[in-house]
Design a protein around this ligand. Structure first.
Ligand code: NAD
Length: 297
């Protein structure tokens, strides 16, 4: 068995490092590819094989993982003469861990030869979870996994949950993201009530974390708003992409989602104001700027 990893960004870097350790311990060849040559070089310095092209990494992988910004890049690396679909060996498995568009993924699957297995395997748990190997991985698959593959997945994820047939992983991820972004926007308004009402926001934050409003978002995001960093581990442009995907899935499934409409519009505004590379919690900065009250003043 040979393993490859494409996309060594905020998430991919941690996941690939954990897979690399597992592969080294089990004498499995491990290759990486990214358009960012520095990211590839740092893995090569640690002993991983550095591929120069998608077709090269495809040919040397029986199992390939991808962690890319969106469906656009997933399609780019999948299709065409030099893409994964034409160059992965017979029997290869592709775990696609990005947060992607279900209908685009279905097109990629339709273009794939029968001898390949494509599994949607989005992850949750953030960059800390990726680095620590404690992610939750949500699988959409049509056939059971072997123990060998399950062991490999456990190198990146503490929990691997089979959600249903192909596509079920993406649907689960979008359901989770909808709540995540809804609450992320909500903490801005909740903190603003406290700020304009004259409360100490550190004490308010502590109360929220010990109340029925408690959640991962409340516990982990509020401190990154109050210290003014707005959380650099995830880009605002990717958050907007995620919310657009939530809305598209709702449309596809014919569900009215007024809350999602509102949240998408806020992320569109935030990207217009701060740019796609700003930290994702700039969604809260939008509320501060509109109200004319900075949480740190
Ligand atoms: P990122 O932008 O930090 O990383 C993406 C990587 O892909 C970069 O290293 C980039 O150079 C590389 N890349 C782009 N186009 C490429 C191509 N054509 N070929 C090869 N490499 C290419 O993004 P991220 O934050 O690591 O997120 C990756 C995916 O995981 C996204 O779909 C995101 O929505 C999802 N996700 C992110 C988080 C998070 O907290 N950051 C959490 C869960 C899921």
């Amino acid at each position: 068995m040979r393993v490859g990893f494409i996309g060594l960004g905020n998430m991919g870097n941690g996941m690939a490092a954990n897979l690399h350790r597992y592969c080294t311990a089990n004498k499995i060849n491990f290759s990486v590819f990214d358009i960012n040559k520095d990211a590839v070089q740092s893995f090569a310095d640690d002993g991983a094989m550095a591929a120069e092209t998608i077709s090269e990494i495809a040919k040397q992988s029986d199992i390939i993982f991808t962690s890319l910004p969106s469906s656009k890049q997933v399609n780019e690396i999948a299709l065409g003469e030099d893409g994964l679909l034409k160059n992965l060996p017979e029997g290869a498995i592709w775990f696609e861990t990005s947060t992607s568009d279900l209908s685009e993924w279905q097109k990629v699957r339709e273009a794939a030869p029968d001898y390949l297995t494509l599994i949607d395997a989005p992850v949750t748990g953030g960059t800390e979870g990726a680095a620590a190997g404690t992610l939750t991985m949500l699988l959409g698959l049509d056939n059971p996994l072997s123990d060998t593959h399950s062991n490999l997945l456990n190198a990146v994820a503490k929990k691997v949950i089979i959600m249903g047939p192909s596509g079920a992983g993406y649907i689960t991820k979008l359901s989770q993201l909808h709540l995540n972004y809804l609450v992320a926007q909500g903490i801005g308004e909740a903190l603003m009530l406290g700020a304009k009402g004259g409360l100490d926001l550190t004490i308010l934050s502590d109360v929220l974390s010990h109340s029925c409003a408690q959640s991962y978002v409340v516990d982990n995001y509020i401190p990154k708003v109050l210290d003014g960093s707005y959380d650099n581990s995830f880009a605002l442009g990717l958050a907007r992409k995620d919310m657009r995907l939530v809305k598209q899935l709702g449309d596809h499934l014919d569900i009215e989602m007024p809350l999602a409409d509102n949240v998408v519009a806020s992320y569109e505004d935030a990207v217009s104001n701060y740019g796609p590379d700003a930290p994702h919690l700039s969604i809260v900065r939008l509320i501060e700027d509109r109200t004319g009250k900075n949480f740190r003043s």
